[in-house]
Design a protein around this ligand. Structure first.
Ligand code: DON
Length: 365
């Protein structure tokens, strides 16, 4: 029985992958190519903006060499387990919308996804309730304050701020449907795994460490309750939120999660439409405004790409239609964003004309 399932399922999956790859190349000829023919459009012309895989590999390697000895920043240690992670770990991965990959360094080492998880619970909540309801219940205003600020909850007219700060993310988790917190958590983990194209799991030691120290997040959840801006039990919502932040990913998986957003919600490796196509622009807009918290303005100025950071040391940046770049390097700056990851993404984005606000990003030189 197992054999017949495998035999019949395989061609469908293969067809899906092939169709998606063809679709990606037709709809978006801007992904980088292994050969000139792969980027030639219907006119036979080669896309003026598609860098070659060898060129991307070389630039990523350059970035790795340039920043690998940068020792600025410090591991997060308010979650004690994160303070124990080797600060020298450093990996860079790119996955394109036509599923090509480039990776340098520690791209297979699992680290906790932390706040990057917030992007994908937002996607799940939007999937279930639609963009308008999530906008009403959580909002989309940058707070200009630290990611865990209780002052923002008091000050902001929406109280929740946006789905990428802790308060807004806890509210977003509270919206995800499920009869029990367990059911909610399993749904979230299953969803993340489909976005990554691989089964993801909880890093239990990180979860226990954060669960034992997250009094600030519990306080945020109770403040939200005061303003009627949390939609399930506050502490149960914080617990599911803490679990989602403790999911383990590596840089390659994270780049694939980003590439799924770059690819209109279709995972470039499995061909599955995981995130609703119509929700992608809104998700990317919040990432642009709040993905690096009170470092988001500086990031937009220098890099011009929607991105999300996590205190585990990861950052993923999305290049719509082209792919995503994920970097893992634990030491963080004051705002809680990986120092090396910011440096690398800025460098690669500049070299490859990825800044969305530059006409060069669509091939105008
Ligand atoms: O709730 C927290 O504080 C962490 N689980 C996540 C914070 C985070 O990753 C902020 N990111 N830069």
């Amino acid at each position: 029985m197992t054999t017949s399932t495998t035999v019949t399922a395989q061609p469908v999956r293969t067809r899906l992958v092939v169709l998606t790859a063809i679709g990606a190349m037709l709809v978006c000829p801007l992904t980088f190519a292994q050969s000139a023919a792969a980027t030639a459009g219907p006119s036979g012309k080669i896309s003026p903006v598609a860098p070659r895989k060898e060129q991307v590999q070389a630039i990523v390697q350059e970035a790795y060499n340039k920043f690998k000895n940068d020792t600025r920043g410090k591991n997060a240690d308010y979650i004690p387990e994160l303070g124990k992670v080797d600060s020298k770990l450093f990996g860079i991965a790119i996955v394109t919308t036509n599923n090509q990959t480039v990776s340098v360094g520690d791209t297979k080492t699992a680290f906790s996804i932390q706040s990057i998880a917030k992007v994908f619970s937002l996607a799940l909540a939007m999937e279930e309730q639609g963009a308008d309801k999530i906008f009403d219940k959580v909002g989309s205003e940058p707070t200009g304050r630290a990611f865990n600020s209780p002052v923002a909850v008091v000050d902001m007219p929406t109280h929740t701020g946006n789905p990428l700060v802790n308060a807004g993310a806890i509210a977003t988790v509270s919206i995800v449907s499920g009869k029990t917190p367990e059911e909610k958590w399993n749904k979230i983990l299953g969803f993340y795994s489909r976005v990554a194209g691989e089964k993801l799991t909880l890093i239990d030691s990180v979860y226990k460490s954060e669960a034992a120290t997250n009094t600030g997040n519990k306080a945020l959840s109770y403040l939200l309750a005061k303003y009627d801006r949390i939609y399930a039990d506050p502490f149960e919502s914080v617990d599911v939120y803490t679990k989602e932040c403790s999911v383990g990913v590596n840089a390659l998986q994270l780049a694939r999660m980003g590439a799924t957003l770059a690819n209109y919600g279709v995972n470039p490796a499995t061909g599955e439409q995981v995130v609703k196509r119509e929700n992608v622009p809104e998700i990317l807009s919040v990432m642009m405004m709040a993905g690096l918290y009170d470092g988001s303005g500086k990031w937009a100025w220098h890099v011009g790409l929607p991105a999300k950071s996590g205190v585990g040391g990861g950052i993923v940046a999305i290049v719509p239609g082209k792919g995503a770049i994920a970097v893992f390097a634990p030491p963080l700056d004051e705002a809680g964003n990986s120092v090396k990851a910011q440096e690398v993404i800025e460098y690669v984005a500049n070299r490859l004309d990825y800044n969305l606000y530059s006409p060069a990003s669509v091939g105008l030189k």
